[in-house]
Write a protein that binds this ligand. Structure first.
Ligand SMILES: Cc1cc2nc3c(=O)[nH]c(=O)nc-3n(C[C@H](O)[C@H](O)[C@H](O)COP(=O)(O)OP(=O)(O)OC[C@H]3O[C@@H](n4cnc5c(N)ncnc54)[C@H](O)[C@@H]3O)c2cc1C
Length: 597
């Protein structure tokens, strides 16, 4: 970071925090879609047009432009990342800025009940790097079984763990130790490292989990994922690694890589007779443009917006498009099968230790001196991927994320959009409490992305349909039960630690710590993790899938989707690493097609 002095750096950070706190999320997309006339200007002809510079699009743009005679256009709706986005621990403030699409889920019946109008916030990245510029930076690939299921359950040849492992390794520059080199890449563009954890937190939780048969493992991206471990992070030094910093920033001198910012793509141009994609329409600074694609249009607009764009272009469920007066090009289940990892955020350990009592200025000083990535409000110390049967060959049921310091009451309110009565009930002590977020790894419930209207001005409707299947809340409760069974451990007593019996409003009629009380708490304090996947899932049957195993849209020519929306289902972890892998493999699939592998 290039600042003349520390005060200037602090000013930059405080300015961003204050701007976030005063930011009003716009109700629609008018902040970036402000056409001044209906005339359409020609933007030129390219071999490939990639829509969206996020995790998928950033990798693709780099790899395809390695072929110097291919002219690649990367169109991104947002702008460039800035220094504030490099500070992982402050990422939640970026949700309240133009760096995010500012979405919420639709009112939920069984989850998000403590959120205003029962609508959890659902930020998605906007700008170079997409989600990788605003996310938590946690690096998790998932369990080998996840990818084997892409083949055995979902019928996608070529995507088993053994087949995708080389692509995970290709991007990677693993720095943490110890690690198993069979599973890790070195010298790739994407640096993966670990943060310094707070030793007392590690000393508390390692033996506590061990008592339950959950061992500490050095490397959950190695042979085994299940266990308690330190998080691996997308981190270089103290700074975030994004697809912008890793795959784009150092490649702008390639004359065949054209990156254009602040372009909102509103429609894919399709020859309806031949069902061939041949270009895109977009709006940039109020002006309408058309760009032509000679080879392919690749949609990498992310877990939500790819479905939105396909539907606006006439590719989607026939009835839904008819209801909105969108002429049908191809009837496909676009927007169906949406999944997100829902998490319970109401489990808090209170202790008699002081884990953390630094001021923001002190934390920023450490950050600037490259001692520790700034962590506040959303910090990750340890993770446990836990399989109830303690079987390493089976994917985990639950992810436990152990964090200090927990978000303060006002941060809970701000980051999660939680209403006041709950914030008061939680009554967090940020220096001595430890937050344990519990993620449901494999929800059975399926939601949807639909359009509100046929206009790109309207934000899409995101309904993850959390806990529609009873089994999901039961599994999450089993995750809570496992932690409750630690409550009498001597290890906890040594720390004066116990699980807080929060005075949850609306759950008072249940006996505290009874199953019904926890189920009530889960419904109120369950939250989105913003891991939108599967709305355009990959599979063999166009009745239930949108793209084939080569990521081509069914029934269409020259049109692919390469992003999180094609994942057949949620993996056992976070989403960036699998999307990097997916885009690496997609680049090879495309190069093979044109004999340029
Ligand atoms: C707040 C948050 C926290 C997360 N935390 C983690 C984490 O800690 N670890 C992890 O592994 N994963 C995390 N994720 C998930 C991960 O970041 C995403 O799953 C991943 O970025 C998805 O990649 P993608 O390529 O599908 O889409 P994105 O990365 O979202 O990229 C899509 C891009 O397309 C652009 N775009 C969209 N529509 C248009 C349009 N019409 N025209 C032009 N451009 C368009 C967007 O602006 C965006 O830049 C998090 C996500 C969020 C939002």
């Amino acid at each position: 970071l290039k600042y003349d002095n520390f005060e200037e750096f602090v000013d930059m950070v405080e300015g961003n925090i204050s701007a976030a706190e005063n930011y009003t999320i716009s109700k629609d997309n008018s902040d970036i879609l402000n056409q001044s006339s209906s005339a359409v200007k020609d933007f030129g002809t390219f071999d490939f047009i990639i829509i969206g510079a996020g995790a998928g699009g950033g990798v693709l743009a780099n790899r395809l432009s390695e072929i110097l005679e291919w002219n690649v256009l990367l169109l991104e709706a947002g702008g460039s990342p800035d220094d504030f986005t490099k500070i992982l621990g402050l990422s939640a403030y970026t949700y309240y800025s133009t760096r995010s699409w500012g979405y919420n889920v639709t009112s939920q019946k069984h989850a998000c009940l403590a959120a205003n109008e029962e609508k959890c916030i659902f930020p998605q990245g906007r700008g170079l790097g997409g989600g990788t510029t605003i996310n938590g930076g946690v690096y998790v690939r998932g369990h080998p079984e996840d990818f084997d299921r892409w083949v055995s359950v979902y019928g996608n040849p070529g995507w088993s763990y053994e087949e995708v492992l080389p692509y995970f390794k290709k991007s990677e520059n693993a720095l943490f130790e110890p690690r198993d080199s069979y599973y890790h890449g070195e010298g790739g563009y994407w640096t993966v490292d670990q943060c310094l954890s707070t030793p007392t937190v590690v000393d508390l939780f390692k033996p506590l989990f061990k008592e339950k048969g959950i061992d500490f493992i050095d490397d959950y991206s190695g042979k085994y994922e299940n266990g308690i471990a330190q998080y691996q992070m997308s981190l270089k030094g103290n700074e975030r690694v994004s697809t912008y910093s890793a795959f784009l920033e150092n490649f702008t001198s390639r004359s065949n890589l054209n990156i254009s910012l602040n372009n909102f793509v509103t429609k894919i141009a399709i020859n309806k007779a031949t069902k061939t994609a041949y270009g895109v329409y977009f709006v940039k600074d109020g002006v309408n443009y058309f760009a032509k694609a000679k080879k392919e249009v690749i949609v990498s607009a992310g877990g939500v917006n790819s479905a939105q764009l396909l539907m606006l272009s006439g590719i989607g469920p026939k009835k839904h498009l008819k209801d909105l007066n969108i002429p049908l090009v191809k009837n496909l289940p676009v927007g169906q099968n949406l999944q997100d990892h829902v998490m319970f955020i109401g489990l808090i350990f209170r202790t008699n230790r002081i884990f953390y009592n630094q001021t923001m200025a002190e934390m920023l000083k450490l950050y600037e001196e490259n001692q520790r990535p700034l962590m506040t409000g959303y910090s990750v110390e340890l993770v446990s991927f836990t399989n109830f049967g303690r079987n390493q060959t089976i994917r985990p049921d639950i992810e436990y994320q152990i964090s200090t310091p927990p978000p303060s009451g006002s941060q809970f309110e701000f980051f999660f959009g939680i209403n006041d009565s709950f914030v008061e009930a939680i009554n967090i002590n940020t220096s001595s409490d430890i937050n344990l977020f519990i993620y449901l790894m494999h929800p059975k419930s399926r939601g949807s992305i639909t359009l509100k209207s046929n206009s790109p001005l309207d934000k899409p409707l995101i309904d993850p349909n959390y806990f529609a299947e009873d089994e999901d809340i039961e599994t999450l409760y089993r995750g809570v039960e496992l932690i409750l069974s630690m409550n009498n451990s001597q290890i906890l007593k040594d720390y004066g630690a116990y699980i807080v019996d929060v005075e949850y409003p609306y759950c008072e009629s249940y006996e505290k710590f009874s199953k019904d009380w926890w189920l009530c708490a889960i419904k109120y304090f369950s939250y989105s993790t913003f891991h939108a996947v599967s709305a355009n899932r990959m599979g063999p049957d166009p009745k239930t899938s949108v793209v084939n195993a080569r990521l081509q849209v069914y029934g269409m020519k020259n049109l692919r989707v390469v992003d999180s929306s094609v994942l057949p289902e949620l993996i056992s972890g976070h989403i960036t690493a699998p999307v990097l892998m997916l885009a690496e493999k997609a680049s090879d699939i495309i190069k093979e097609k044109y004999n340029r592998h």
